[in-house]
Design a protein around this ligand. Structure first.
Ligand code: HEC
Ligand code: HEC
Length: 403
């Protein structure tokens, strides 16, 4: 077992050496990757298929099936994109040229170094006005069936039309986006590499959406210390962390009922009864599903890489993991405004966790960190916009246009 793990971990170290400009100054000759990102295997039909030890448990051979089981199978994954589509999506994801005034990219609010979130309570886009909600992590979105805190989008493609065309986020229009991309010779060339069978020379929106979805779907994080433990390498977790896992799975704390392994979300929406930082009330999924029992319901977030994505909750109210976890133990409904009658989920109860147990839970959640498949930030973008500081993709103040 140890040997398999070491082999898997070695595979992780692969550094992408493709997607490099042959003549960087002139920005010509960019060839998209023809190999899959680490964790994926290239098929004969040039598709990248996910390979994970969890797939061994798919046929129900896992020895601990059921809620909280260590060897529960993964939900269906969205894979099968070509290496070229994934690589093109990487450029688009980091390129502020996609926004109305060329200052904000997807990566401005989903920064690789911040667990693909942004470290802010609620995000800020092109309008410099704080948005209503916090940016979720993008790790493992390939497994999700619904997107946004209120689950209002069914696909990654549908989701991204939100930020792209919102006046407060990226502030572009469909027409402007196509005009911009079609006006950049290098992008036209890259799109024909990624979509060799395309009918027209022009870039079309579905290709933009598909490439970004392909890149997002490559952000897989399933090699944490917890995973090594789940696959049978018991030394991967300390005694404290195992105790934390046991509290997490216990019928008293009930965390695993909603934050179900292996993704640490059951992908449902649930009312847990959080108040807003101001006196407003966010009705959450009620509006989306026209169901008043879902008033104040939000999607159960995955806890993978949560150690990297502070602050927490849809409104970014909690600075530390311990603060968020303490919420659960202060009494069912203790934050619900007097004017609201919420249908709080039956798994939210009063577990009476001690401060020791809260810190054990936090220690356990930190074992879910794994960035071994973190993609490279492009050195140079096809638009010619240069990322001044590769690590800081907070672009509003950090881009200069070198054209
Ligand atoms: C201005 C900041 C900002 C920008 C720019 C931005 N996002 Fe987001 N993103 C957010 C916020 C905030 C949310 C949550 C909004 C909500 O739930 O109402 C979100 C949600 C998401 C989700 C849903 C994740 C989940 O678990 O439900 C995905 C996927 C996503 N963004 C991808 C993208 C992509 C792709 C782009 C570029 C096309 C992008 N985002 C641009 C801030 C941003
Ligand atoms: C009834 C389902 C449910 C149960 C049980 C539950 N959670 Fe949650 N959890 C949620 C939902 C829904 C959210 C998002 C709430 C929001 O932002 O409004 C959340 C958010 C979180 C977050 C913040 C994650 C982020 O990225 O912002 C953490 C950490 C967390 N829960 C840990 C726990 C722990 C630890 C337990 C057990 C003590 C637990 N949860 C029990 C549903 C649940």
């Amino acid at each position: 077992m140890k040997r398999i793990l070491i082999m898997l971990l070695l595979g992780i170290g692969v550094i992408l050496t493709c997607g490099i400009f042959l003549k960087p100054q002139k920005m010509t000759g960019l060839k998209l990757c023809s190999t899959c990102p680490p964790g994926f295997e290239l098929t004969d039909s040039n598709q990248c298929k996910l390979r994970s030890l969890y797939q061994l448990y798919e046929s129900g051979k896992g020895n601990e099936p059921g809620v909280g089981g260590l060897r529960t199978a993964l939900p269906e994954v969205r894979d099968g994109f070509t290496p070229q589509q994934i690589d093109l999506g990487r450029y688009l994801f980091f390129d502020p040229v996609l926004s109305g005034n060329q200052t904000v990219s997807c990566a401005s609010c989903h920064q690789p170094d911040k667990g693909f979130s942004d470290g802010l309570k609620t995000s800020v886009g092109i309008s410099h006005k704080p948005l209503k909600r916090a940016a979720p992590s993008l790790w493992n979105v390939a497994f999700l069936k619904k997107f946004f805190w209120d689950a209002r989008a069914k696909t990654l493609e549908e989701q991204m039309t939100g930020p792209l065309y919102s006046a407060d986020e990226m502030g572009t229009t469909r027409e402007q986006l196509l005009k911009t991309l079609n006006g950049i010779g290098l992008y036209r060339d890259l799109f024909s590499q990624a979509f060799p069978d395309k009918k027209s020379d022009d870039i079309v929106l579905n290709e933009v959406y598909l490439a970004i979805a392909a890149f997002e779907s490559s952000l897989i994080s399933l090699n944490s210390r917890y995973d090594q433990y789940a696959h049978g390498y018991h030394e991967a977790l300390t005694k404290n962390e195992i105790e934390g896992l046991n509290v997490f799975r216990s019928f008293v704390a009930r965390c695993a009922e909603c934050h179900t392994p292996p993704l640490f979300t059951n992908q449902q929406v649930a009312v847990i009864g959080l108040a807003e930082p101001d006196r407003s009330f966010d009705s959450g999924a009620a509006r989306v599903f026209h169901d008043s029992t879902l008033r104040g319901a939000f999607k159960v977030p995955s806890l993978r890489n949560a150690a990297l994505t502070a602050p927490y909750s849809h409104s970014g109210r909690f600075e530390k993991l311990e603060d968020m976890i303490s919420f659960y133990t202060k009494g069912r409904g203790h934050e619900v405004p007097a004017t609201e009658e919420l249908h709080i989920h039956w798994h939210i109860w009063e577990p009476g966790l001690s401060s020791h147990e809260i810190s054990l839970l936090s220690d356990f959640i930190k074992t879910l960190s794994d960035e071994s498949f973190k993609p490279q930030v492009p050195e140079i973008l096809p638009s010619g916009i240069r990322l001044k500081n590769k690590l800081s993709t907070r672009l509003v103040s950090s881009v200069s246009n070198i054209k």
